[in-house]
Design a protein around this ligand. Structure first.
Ligand code: SIN
Ligand code: FE
Length: 279
């Protein structure tokens, strides 16, 4: 269903917040012929997982060649602008407070990785960033499969957030007094890690490190065809990347106050489960 803000300006936001994953109709973002050669492992620095663009305009993970870096930055910033205006048009209530995070160009085959269990996005998880606490803001990501050979990107999508959180909530470690301050002072986190962020990181790690959960947890398969774009609240959708190659991704942060159904925010759900104020 195409977003039709003229009927109910909040219809798309409600759907995204309650369903968690929304595939946009058609192939709404297309590479230009001049950009096509950038879809290649050739421009990686050989170490970083992805090539990425910060909101400040700095490129990371790319070859040092300045001309290539300029072209990569131009592609990622065009993608960022497209993702932002698409969200603003579909969910006007997000427009005023939607905040840009990083943009990434992912050229690795997902199935080939051999990272540690904690870093392995092929294991079911919700997104929570160790160095980047959100303080309760939502993590909203736009993804586009730019595979030039027509290959889909395959994910698994797991149980609803509340069921997921209830599995682990009782056994998560509370931070020791002063921990958030020390992490911030040492530069390990870029903002103070709130109790919310500590619990979310705890959920992320608990799920990824549990082999029995990874084997037995409920899930459905989702295939995103080449050319498709999809939007996901990755902090509440339990997900795992299974296989696929070549993708653009844009991260945004959104304060829960901007949501149409704020009671579905992970912060509110965790507050209900723990009985504590978290942010
Ligand atoms: C993730 O967000 O966990 C990975 C998504 C992907 O690479 O498709
Ligand atoms: Fe993830």
């Amino acid at each position: 269903m195409a977003p039709r803000p003229q009927d109910d300006p909040d219809a798309f936001a409600v759907r995204l917040e309650t369903e968690g994953v929304v595939v946009l109709p058609g192939h709404p973002f297309r590479l230009t012929p001049e950009e096509a050669d950038l879809v290649s492992p050739h421009f990686s620095d050989g170490r970083a997982k992805n090539i990425s663009l910060g909101p400040d305009g700095a490129v990371r993970g790319a070859t040092p060649d300045p001309a290539a870096q300029r072209r990569l930055a131009a592609l990622m910033s065009r993608y960022r602008g497209w993702a932002e205006s698409t969200i603003q048009a579909a969910a006007p209530r997000y427009a005023a407070t939607l905040e840009r995070g990083r943009t990434s160009l992912r050229t690795r085959e997902v199935a080939d990785g051999n990272p540690s269990r904690r870093k392995d996005d092929r294991r079911l998880h919700i997104d929570a960033f160790a160095s980047q606490p959100t303080g309760g803001r939502r993590i909203l990501r736009m993804f586009t499969n730019i595979n030039p050979d027509g290959e889909a990107r395959h994910w698994h999508v797991g149980e609803p957030f509340e069921a997921h959180a209830r599995r682990w909530a009782g056994q998560l470690r509370a931070p020791w007094p002063g921990e958030a301050w020390v992490l911030r002072r040492l530069g390990i986190t870029r903002a103070v890690r709130t109790l919310y962020d500590a619990l979310m990181l705890g959920l992320h790690d608990a799920a990824k490190l549990d082999d029995a959960y990874q084997r037995d947890a409920p899930r459905r398969e989702a295939a995103f065809e080449a050319g498709a774009s999809w939007l996901v609240f990755t902090d509440s959708v339990v997900h795992a990347a299974v296989r696929g190659r070549f993708m653009l991704e844009q991260t945004f942060y959104l304060p829960p106050q901007a949501m149409a159904a704020p009671e579905t925010a992970p912060a509110r759900i965790l507050e209900r489960i723990t009985g504590r104020t978290l942010t």
